[in-house]
Design a binder for this molecule. Structure first.
Ligand code: NAD
Length: 336
């Protein structure tokens, strides 16, 4: 049976890494009808919005999407398409697995942790205004509902993946009410999951611990902003953003996308590393039950990285984005 899946190529390196991913997924034997929808700066003139309603309608209908990164203007301009999508579709859990790969030069070995980031509130609620000409105010929203839900999600993920520890990351020593509520909720949910170890760490201390001993950590659950920052930081520990996939999951749908952004500095040059997007595709395939194809692709990615013969330039090689996808496809054939 063919799966109907929404494809948002995005902008910057988005169209390049999603094209590579589609090629790899199609070569795995899974049948997919891609419904391609455009979003971002390129559609503003035509639709007067960066996120036309057909994008949301397509995802609501198909329930599953693969998305390339979309550029967000800094300090002005339209609201982030990424944040709006997550909010509109209630994709409350952002999962980013951070893993070292043999053959990739990185500062650490044996890192295998997952960042579970609350995706719907915190400072990303976008409630901000100018109090006066010289004072701006942003409001941080933390609710019991969203905190309980994300911590429950983290424990379920830990159980499903046979992981042993969940740590809640916060700054409740300073933000006693907002982060205090998050921590209180986390402790309450942990009471229901005594089979998994639980602890909490203040976000600044966690940053230090992560850059010293990332291999010690398992599942980290946290509010939106800390998750955004720590996941990019953790990417740096394992070889860069080109390797970190992601999933945004909600009750009514899921959008899979690499953790990295549109990388305008390397866009259009066929040099971006498509691994993060291909591994987001692997997460997508597992989510829709195509486990065999997912395992096949993941194994091929791991073999190619381990051999180190064909690597993109961020990893010290000179293989192009599309050529890297071809190498993965060839490796899938050999592994059969
Ligand atoms: P970025 O992740 O695009 O790039 C950071 C650095 O990592 C750059 O040097 C880039 O060249 C490199 N890099 C990123 N992905 C790579 C890959 N696959 N292969 C090789 N190198 C890679 O972050 P940024 O420059 O801060 O953001 C650019 C734009 O992307 C911004 O408008 C931002 O808002 C947006 N963004 C979008 C998403 C999303 O769509 N989910 C996520 C993050 C940032």
């Amino acid at each position: 049976m063919a799966h109907d899946i929404t494809l948002i190529p995005g902008d910057g390196i988005g169209p390049e890494v999603t094209a590579a991913t589609v090629k790899v997924i199609e070569s795995s034997g899974v049948q997919i009808n891609w419904e391609i929808v455009r979003a971002g700066a390129e559609v503003i003139e035509e639709f007067n919005t960066a996120l036309p309603s057909y994008v949301l309608e397509s995802i609501k209908k198909n329930k599953i999407a693969l998305k390339g990164p979309v550029t967000t203007p800094v300090g002005k301009g339209f609201k982030s398409v990424n944040v709006t999508l997550r909010q509109e579709l209630n994709l409350y859990a952002n999962i980013r697995p951070i893993k070292t790969y043999e053959g990739v030069s990185s500062r650490f070995k044996d890192v295998d942790l997952i960042i579970v980031r609350e995706n719907s509130e915190d400072l990303y609620a976008g409630i901000e205004h100018m109090v006066s000409e010289d004072i701006a105010e942003s409001i941080k929203i933390i609710s019991k509902k969203a905190s309980d839900r994300i911590v429950e999600f983290a424990f379920k993920l830990a159980k499903d993946q046979n992981r042993s520890e969940v740590l809640a990351i916060h700054k409740a020593n300073i933000m006693k009410l907002s982060d205090g509520l998050f921590l209180k909720c986390a402790k309450g949910i942990a009471e229901k999951h005594k089979d998994i170890a639980f602890g909490d760490v203040i976000v600044d201390a966690m940053s230090m611990k992560l850059v010293m001993n990332p291999e010690k950590y398992d599942v980290l659950v946290m509010p939106n902003l800390y998750g955004d920052i720590l996941s990019d930081m953790a990417a740096g520990l394992i070889g860069g953003l080109g390797l970190v996939p992601g999933a945004n999951i909600g009750e009514e749908g899921a959008v899979f996308e690499p953790a990295h952004g549109s990388a305008p500095d390397i866009a259009g040059k066929n040099i971006a590393n498509p691994t993060a997007c291909i591994l987001s595709g692997v997460m997508l395939l597992r989510f829709i039950g195509e486990v065999e194809a997912a395992n096949k692709i993941e194994k091929a990615v791991e073999s190619v990285l381990k051999e180190g013969k064909y690597l993109t330039c961020d990893l010290g090689g000179n293989t192009g984005t599309q050529e890297f996808a071809e190498v993965i496809i060839e490796k899938m054939g050999q592994n059969n």
